[in-house]
Every structure is written in C-alpha cells, then in structure tokens.
Design a protein around this ligand. Structure first.
Ligand SMILES: Nc1ncnc2c1ncn2[C@@H]1O[C@H](COP(=O)(O)OP(=O)(O)OP(=O)(O)O)[C@@H](O)[C@H]1O
Length: 305
C-alpha cells in the first residue's frame, strides 16, 4: 500500500468536511475520489499531501507519517497546482526548468514536454495557453520529480471534450509506467474510464469503494429506462409499473430501473397511449446502469456537473 488513511476527520466550524474517512491506495493504481462539490475530496487530498492538518486520524504515505515526515514525503509525491498558480510571464519551457531546479532528481524537460504533448508550445507564455494546455502544464509540473504518487485535483474541470481526452491519455501513460495516481473528480465518465478503484464520497464520508465495474454490478442488475413525460406521473405510479425496482423523477425527466425491459417498456407505452392527447412522451431510451445511477441510488441525488 502506498497510502493508508485511517479515521480521518477535519472540521471547519459546524461543517465536518472529512468525517471519519479510511481507505488504502495500492501501488500502481489510479485511485479516484468521486463526489459532488463540497463532498470533502480536496480536503482529504490536501491532508494526504501534507498541505492541511487533520483534526484526528492518521495518514501514511509510502510508509511515512504525514504529520512527522512531511519533507520526505514531498520528495516522493507530485501535486498538480491549479492553472492560476502558473507564472503568467514565463513560457512553458521556462516554467518546467524552474520547477525541475527545485529537486535533486528530476525528469528532463524534453521528456516532460513530450509526456504532456507540449513540445510544440514550449515557447508559448503560460498566460497564452488554452485551458487544456494549462492543465497539461500543471500536470507536467506535478511530474517534475518523477514522483511515485501524483495527485490530480479535478484536472479536467472546465475543459472541452478534446482537452479532457488529452489529459486522460497523460494519466493512462502514468499508469502504464507503474506510477500511482490519486485523482479527484466529479465527472462520472472520467472516474469510470480511468480509475482502477473509486471511493464515492458524500458529506465527508466514503459511501462506497470498489472497482467501477463492481460498484455498478453490485448496485444494479437492472437496466435504466429514461424518458421525459409531460405532465409527469407520480413517482408512486411509475414505481408500480411492472418489473420496476426503483424510480427517479426530476422535473419531467424519469428514470425507471427495470429487471425486465420489454415488460416495463410495454407499460410505459400503454400509459402514454391511454393518455394520448394530454400526455407527451419524449426521448424514451434504454441504457445500462452507470456510476451516475450508483450515486443516485446511494444518495438519492444526482451529481451536478
Ligand atoms: N478552508 C476552509 N474553511 C472553511 N470551510 C472549508 C475550507 N475548506 C473546505 N471547506 C468546506 O469543507 C467542505 C468540503 O470541501 P472540499 O473542498 O474538500 O470539497 P470537494 O469535494 O473537494 O469539493 P470541490 O469539488 O468544490 O473542491 C465544503 O463544505 C467546504 O465549504
């Protein structure tokens, strides 16, 4: 285990930002903390990184105690700084050179540029980089000391799909090198695609922890049938459709979890037909359950992106 966290607690006034969290991260895995804004992901990550102090609980990183051996831990980990911390008037190459100079052992600047696909933009001032390029630069800055563990805090927030995929390949490359990555995100697809294991957090607690596949299969044998209906029937009525195990209604949007799709579909179409003229059925489709469904089932809420 490269990270061991036990009974971690951090309180801000009346908010229990981290409320008794325990987990372990294995060497070489991409470990994700997935949860909505304010769930306590950043606080947990920054306590492990040694940037904040916990109120109670213990954290060890590569066998070192985060309270007592902070400086040694710093040599072994990489932390992604958010884009605003980039020095605006230095170019990409200058920033990486500056950062490599802080460490006894560092990765050559050429290799860093190559890993994050910024070789061609090496002379561009950081303030003129696109959002995706800035994020990739901040990930490169986290990798200058060739860390055993790289911490990435919501690295793709606000990026367009292409820029997100660019960052995903950087993370996949780190994994293929056997490095450990600790990732926080509130994007379900990102967690599902990148993480070997995911801790789902809400209100400072871990409410589930497993591989993405097991999180889904452990919570859902059913398929999700989604549609919009106006006016929307009551959740009670929808829940009584055949083979429906649970129902979620938000505005006109309905999700029915069904263990027999044809039977449930038949009932939905029947209902729409019987109420033809005063009920509109839109966007009816069936899909497999996702992490989004798992979160909804565990918390009763959707993660808002
Ligand atoms: N320095 C602080 N002072 C007071 N409250 C704080 C502080 N840092 C975090 N909090 C509160 O603790 C809770 C957890 O915040 P945290 O930033 O860890 O969540 P998060 O899951 O990382 O969310 P986000 O995605 O918004 O960063 C929130 O309610 C937040 O307002």
């Amino acid at each position: 285990m490269v990270i061991q966290v036990q009974n971690l607690v951090k309180v801000y006034g009346s908010i229990r930002a981290v409320d008794g969290i325990s987990f372990e991260v294995k060497k070489g895995e991409v470990f994700g903390m997935l949860g909505p804004n304010g769930a306590g992901k950043t606080t947990t990550a920054e306590i492990i990184e040694g940037l904040r102090d916990a109120d109670s609980g213990s954290v060890s990183v590569m066998g070192l105690d985060v309270r007592k051996q902070r400086d040694q831990i710093k040599q072994l980990i990489g932390i992604q700084l958010q884009a605003p911390a980039l020095l605006p008037l230095l170019n990409v190459e200058e920033i990486l050179k500056l950062f490599t100079s802080f460490y006894r052992n560092s990765v050559p600047v050429e290799k860093l540029l190559d890993m994050v696909s910024l070789t061609e933009s090496r002379k561009v001032l950081s303030k003129n980089l696109s959002g995706g390029q800035q994020q990739r630069l901040s990930v490169a800055m986290a990798m200058v000391n060739n860390p055993e563990i790289t911490f990435l805090d919501e690295p793709t927030t606000g990026l367009d799909p292409q820029a997100r995929r660019g960052l995903w390949s950087v993370i996949e490359e780190l994994r293929s090198q056997g490095k450990t990555v600790f990732l926080t995100t509130h994007y379900m697809d990102e967690a599902e695609r990148l993480c070997d294991r995911i801790a789902v957090v809400d209100h400072g607690k871990i409410i589930a922890l497993d591989t993405p596949k097991k999180l889904i299969s452990g919570n859902f044998k059913e398929s999700a049938i989604e549609f919009e209906m106006e006016p929307v029937p009551s959740g009670e009525l929808l829940g009584s459709f055949p083979c429906v195990t649970s129902a979620s209604v938000e505005g006109f949007e309905v999700i029915l979890y069904s263990n027999n799709v044809p039977k449930t579909m038949g009932a939905i179409l029947d209902y729409a037909d019987k109420n033809r003229g005063n009920t509109e059925l839109r966007n009816l489709h069936v899909r497999q359950a996702t992490l989004e469904d798992v979160f909804l089932k565990l918390t009763g809420r959707k993660i808002r992106e």
